[in-house]
Ligand binder design. Structure first.
Ligand code: C2O
Ligand code: CU
Ligand code: CU
Length: 569
C-alpha cells in the first residue's frame, strides 16, 4: 500500500514547478523462491482528496519488485481477485510459452495461476504486467505493473550499487490520463499526469555517491527522453536484456513504452543540492508519440493529441535531493561490464519480415495498425519458428508514426536501423526497439532456443498499448516439430533439400503470377535467374557452378517478393 507523506500540488503545463512534492514510493521486494502475487481492485489518491479506482498486485497500485537469481527455480502463484479475467506476463524473461502469461494463459476471476520456471536470463531489468487481449491498456493503466530485477554472478562481481532503495532505485515512469471524476482513462491521448512509481510530483533523497537507477517506461503510449535537468552525463550500463559490455556515457536516452535502462549517475559532488530527472519531449522528432506532432507531417494527427501540453514539451519526472553518503559507498563506475558477443549475422538460417501498415491507409495515425496486413487473431498463428533457429527479422514501418516493437521469448541484437548499425547504447540485448516512422526499418537477430511449445504461442506486438489492444500484434510458435522447410510452406517458399550439394528444388505454395526467380550470393551478386515460371516446383542444378556457401532465392510476383535463405555445401 502506498502512503503519501506530503500532500501534493500539481498543475499541468510545459513547466512543472513543484511547490509541494510527495516522497517517492519504493515498492517492496519479494526475494524468495515462492512468489505470491494477489491482483485486486483498490483506490488511490494520485491527487489529494481525489479517490481514483485502481488495480494493483499485493496492494492498491503497481506491484512489488521481484528479485530473481539466474539459474534458480521459482514457484509463482498469481491469485486473481479482480472482477475481470486477466493474465500476468513476465516481460523480457526467456520462459516457456505456458509460463509466459500471454493472452492465451488467462486467469479467471478468483482463479490462481501457478507458473514455475528456472530463470535463464542474465542480470537485468525486466517487468511484469497483464496481457489480456484487448484489455492490456486497461489493466496496466489502472495500475498493475511491477519490476523484476534478475541478479547473477557476473553482476555480483562488478561492484555495482545493489542495495535496493538505498543506492539502487526502481523508477517506473508513467503518464496517465484522468477524467473529470478523477478516474483513469483508457486508450487516451489525455495523459497529462506524470508519475514515478505512481507518485505525481515525486521527490526522493539519494546519497552523494554513485547511484543506480533501474528505469522502466511503463507508459501506455508516450516515448520519453530520459535526462537530467543539468544535462549531466550518466553511464548507461544496461538495456532491456541486461548489462552492456561496457558503460556508455550519455546525456539522453530515448525510451519507448516497455523499454528499460540501467543507469549509473555520480552524485558525489552534489551533496546538499537537488537535481531533476526530466523527459526532454521537445527533443523528439515528429512521428514519435510525445513529440509536437505524432505523425511526420503536421496535418497528420490524433484527436486530442495537440491539446496535451506534454506533447513536444520537456517535463519533470522526479526531484532528487542529494543527501549524505552511506557507509561503504560505491564511488567508481566499472570500465567493463558483461562479457558476451553479438550473434554473427551469418548464423541466421531464416529471414522474416514484418510490415507495419495502417488500416486507414498512409498518413493515418489512428489505426488499427496491421502487421503483414493482418490484425491480431487469437486463432491464427502468424509465424512458425523451428526450435533453436537463429533468425533475422526485418521490421518495416509504412506508417507515419514510430512503433516500439516488442517480441516475447527472446532478447535480440539490433543489426541496423534504417540501414545504419546501432549506436553503442543500442548494441546490447533488447526486447523492444522503436521502428522509425515513414518507411523506417530495423533488422534484429535472435536465437529461439531453450523453450518451446507447439500449441501455446508467443506474441510480438507494438508496445503502445492502444495499438496493441487494437490488434497490432501477431503470434508465433516455437517447436522442434517445425523444420525450416515445413516452416517455409507456411511462408509460401520452400527449398529442398537444404543444405544441398547444389541440386535442389524450389517449391511454391499458393504463390501466383510468378514473374521471376533469382538467386543471390551473400554479397548480393545474382548467380542465377529464371523467368516465366509455370510450375510450383522448380528444379535447379548449380553443382560445380557456384561456390559452397549461403545464398538467397527470391520469387517475384506482380505485387510481392518472397525470399528464403539456403546453403550449398
Ligand atoms: Cu510487455 Cu507482450 O508485453
Ligand atoms: Cu513481453
Ligand atoms: Cu504502434
Amino acid at each position: 500500500m502506498i502512503k503519501k507523506i506530503l500532500s501534493s500540488f500539481t498543475f499541468f503545463g510545459t513547466l512543472t514547478m513543484a511547490f509541494s512534492q510527495t516522497q517517492l514510493y519504493i515498492p517492496p521486494t519479494i526475494n524468495s523462491s515462492n512468489i505470491n502475487l494477489t491482483l485486486d481492485e483498490g483506490t488511490f489518491q494520485f491527487y489529494p482528496g481525489v479517490v481514483t479506482n485502481t488495480m494493483g498486485a499485493n496492494g492498491n497500485l503497481l506491484g512489488p519488485t521481484i528479485i530473481l537469481n539466474k539459474g534458480d527455480f521459482y514457484n509463482i502463484t498469481v491469485d486473481n481477485q479482480l472482477s475481470d479475467t486477466t493474465t500476468i506476463h513476465w516481460h523480457g524473461l526467456h520462459v516457456a510459452p505456458e509460463n509466459d502469461g500471454g493472452p492465451h494463459t488467462i486467469i479467471l476471476p478468483n482463479d490462481i495461476w501457478n507458473p514455475q520456471f528456472t530463470v535463464l536470463d542474465k542480470a537485468g531489468t525486466y517487468w511484469y504486467h497483464p496481457h489480456l487481449h484487448k484489455k492490456t491498456d486497461k489493466h496496466v493503466s489502472l495500475g498493475i505493473a511491477g519490476m523484476i530485477l534478475v541478479r547473477d554472478s557476473e553482476e555480483a562481481s562488478l561492484n555495482l550499487p545493489m542495495s535496493y532503495g538505498v543506492d539502487e532505485f526502481p523508477l517506473v515512469l508513467q503518464t496517465k490520463g484522468f477524467d473529470a471524476n478523477g478516474q483513469i482513462e483508457i486508450h487516451t491521448e489525455n495523459d497529462t499526469s506524470v508519475m514515478v512509481n505512481g507518485i505525481v510530483d515525486a521527490t526522493v533523497d539519494m546519497p552523494a555517491q554513485v547511484v543506480r537507477l533501474r528505469v522502466l517506461n511503463g507508459s501506455s503510449q508516450r516515448v520519453m527522453v530520459f535526462g537530467f535537468s543539468d544535462n549531466r552525463t550518466f553511464s548507461l550500463i544496461g538495456t532491456d536484456g541486461g548489462l552492456l559490455t561496457a558503460p556508455v556515457n550519455l546525456t539522453r536516452y530515448r525510451l519507448g513504452p516497455g523499454q528499460r535502462i540501467d543507469v549509473l549517475v555520480d552524485l558525489s559532488s552534489d551533496l546538499g543540492q537537488s537535481l531533476q530527472i526530466m523527459s526532454y519531449g521537445s527533443e523528439l522528432t515528429n512521428g514519435y508519440y510525445g513529440a509536437t506532432n505524432p505523425g511526420m507531417a503536421p496535418f497528420m494527427t490524433i484527436p486530442g493529441y495537440n491539446q496535451n501540453p506534454l506533447n513536444g514539451a520537456d517535463f519533470q519526472l522526479l526531484n532528487i535531493n542529494v543527501v549524505a553518503q552511506t557507509a561503504n559507498p560505491i564511488t567508481t563506475i566499472p570500465a567493463t561490464l558483461a562479457n558476451y558477443s553479438p550473434i554473427p549475422e551469418a548464423n541466421s538460417v531464416k529471414d522474416r519480415e514484418l510490415v507495419f501498415s495502417s488500416a486507414g491507409g498512409m498518413g493515418d495515425l489512428q489505426g488499427p495498425f496491421l502487421i503483414n496486413n493482418a490484425s491480431m487473431d487469437m486463432n491464427v498463428i502468424n509465424e512458425y519458428v523451428p526450435f533453436n533457429n537463429t533468425e533475422i527479422w526485418t521490421l518495416r514501418n509504412q506508417t507515419p508514426i514510430a512503433h516500439p516493437f516488442h517480441i516475447h521469448d527472446v532478447q535480440f541484437f539490433i543489426l541496423d536501423i534504417n540501414g545504419n548499425p546501432p549506436p553503442p547504447e543500442m548494441q546490447g540485448l533488447n526486447d523492444v526497439v522503436i521502428v522509425p516512422p515513414g518507411q523506417g526499418t530495423v533488422r534484429f537477430i535472435a536465437i529461439f532456443n531453450d523453450v518451446q511449445n507447439d500449441s501455446i504461442p508467443f506474441m510480438y506486438h507494438c508496445h503502445m498499448l492502444t495499438h496493441e489492444d487494437m490488434g497490432m500484434m501477431g503470434q508465433f510458435l516455437v517447436s522442434d516439430k517445425f523444420m525450416n522447410t515445413e516452416d517455409d510452406e507456411v511462408n509460401q517458399l520452400s527449398i529442398y533439400p537444404n543444405p544441398s550439394n547444389g541440386s535442389f528444388k524450389v517449391m511454391l505454395f499458393g504463390v501466383n503470377n510468378v514473374q521471376a526467380l533469382r538467386i543471390y550470393n551473400l554479397q548480393g551478386k545474382e548467380v542465377f535467374f529464371k523467368y516465366q515460371i509455370e510450375t510450383n516446383q522448380i528444379s535447379i542444378d548449380l553443382t560445380e557452378k557456384v561456390a559452397k556457401g549461403t545464398y538467397y532465392v527470391t520469387i517475384q510476383t506482380s505485387d510481392k517478393t518472397y525470399t528464403s535463405k539456403f546453403v550449398i555445401q
